[in-house]
Design a protein around this ligand. Structure first.
Ligand code: GLA
Length: 369
């Protein structure tokens, strides 16, 4: 029997944990399995957790080939007050990555959420030059500061929002949209390209993976936005699929997702899964083993489709262990009884879970590039 078949059987049968663990140890790391196919695997991290939790830091050093800052590269950390820049928290991750020979994604330059408080009011200035500077000046400064050290930038995060009820489904409630209309996107991409021509420039979004109506609306909004950006020669080079899945609520469908990836490939874009985690909320509360099997099976079908795309560069999970996952405190995902959400490849004891096996199997199954 082929190893892959054996692993599939183990995933399906929920084979005893010690045996899975033995198998996991015998296998390579996620980083090695991905790199063997010319792909990347990595995760989001926070420097404070790296500093205070040595076993966690060791896990990140061993498993990840690329890192992304969970929050420390966001504007409220980097420019907490107007014109007062603080790169130190972000630099801690840069140093960790350099020590461990890991690439880094830059996340994120322009987002409607988690902004420093002063920014919203500042953007209300009638002086268009000053207003533009608040967008492009920041990008110049940050992208310039990290010149040559970033694999890819999420230049704009979460640009579409059908719930804002515009005909084109753009997120019109965003401070950026209010200040510039949709032009903020092209202004941001051009500024990033000018500051450092090398990193791959990404648009990043969520709610586009599953086989449900609200995701279909978002997918079509993204594709129409890309039509407009490409028509204007905006240097969008990549599209990031966040991959925050909640399969007990929103069914994942391979064909729908494959079709969307195919549509994205048509724009000549590089693709990445940028924030994968799989919420187990909605599953049987008293049966974590059963939930783990379900999460693993969704991870496998999701990644089999994703990694089959010739444009796919790799996968990042949003965190790596259930010990530290935003899902366990997020209103939509957390368990009412306080148990942790089990949405990541390693459990809260840093032991590999069925999701880890599924990811290894998906990397091994992926065509080489
Ligand atoms: C979004 C953002 C990330 C992170 C996650 C989870 O998807 O892009 O930066 O905040 O939510 O919290």
């Amino acid at each position: 029997m082929k190893r892959r078949d054996l692993l599939g059987m183990m995933l399906a049968s929920g084979l005893a944990y010690p045996m899975r663990q033995a198998m996991a140890q015998e296998q390579a790391t996620l980083r090695q399995a991905a790199e063997a196919k010319g792909l990347l695997y990595g995760c989001a991290v926070d420097s404070r957790k790296i500093a205070r939790d040595r076993p966690f830091a060791d896990l990140v050093a061993r498993e990840a080939g690329i890192l992304v800052h969970e929050g420390e590269m966001k504007r409220h950390e980097i420019e907490p007050r107007a014109d007062v820049y603080n790169f130190e928290p972000a630099n801690r991750i840069m140093r960790f990555a350099e020590t461990n020979h890991q690439l880094v994604r830059g996340h994120t330059l322009v987002w409607f959420n988690v902004q420093p408080q002063w920014l919203e009011q500042a953007l209300e200035t009638p002086d268009m030059t000053a207003r533009t500077e608040l967008l492009t000046g920041y990008i110049n400064k940050v992208v310039g500061y990290y010149k040559g050290r970033i694999h890819s930038w999420d230049v704009v995060n979460e640009a579409v929002e059908p719930a804002d009820w515009r005909w084109d489904r753009m997120r019109s409630s965003s401070i950026w949209y209010k200040a510039f209309g949709e032009d903020y996107i092209s202004m941001a991409f051009h500024a990033a390209k000018e500051a450092d021509p090398k990193p791959i420039l990404f648009l990043n979004d969520y709610g586009i993976e599953s086989d449900v109506r609200w995701n279909e609306t978002r997918r079509s909004a993204v594709l129409k936005l890309l039509d407009r950006l490409k028509a204007k020669n905006v240097p969008v080079e990549g599209f990031g699929i966040q991959g925050h899945l909640k399969p007990y609520k929103d069914k994942f469908g391979e064909e729908t997702f494959a079709r969307f990836l195919h549509d994205l490939e048509g724009y000549g874009l590089k693709l990445m899964i940028t924030e994968l985690d799989i919420a187990d909320s909605g599953g049987p509360a008293d049966d974590p083993a059963q939930r783990d099997q379900f999460v693993a099976s969704v991870a496998k079908s999701f990644l089999d489709v994703a990694l089959a795309s010739p444009s796919m560069l790799g996968v990042l999970t949003w965190g790596i262990t259930d010990r530290y996952s935003w899902l366990s405190s997020a209103d939509n995902y957390k368990w009412p009884d306080g148990q942790l959400v089990r949405g990541l490849p390693f459990d809260s004891d840093l032991k590999p879970k069925p999701m880890f096996d599924a990811m290894m199997a998906a990397f091994k199954n992926a065509p080489a590039r």
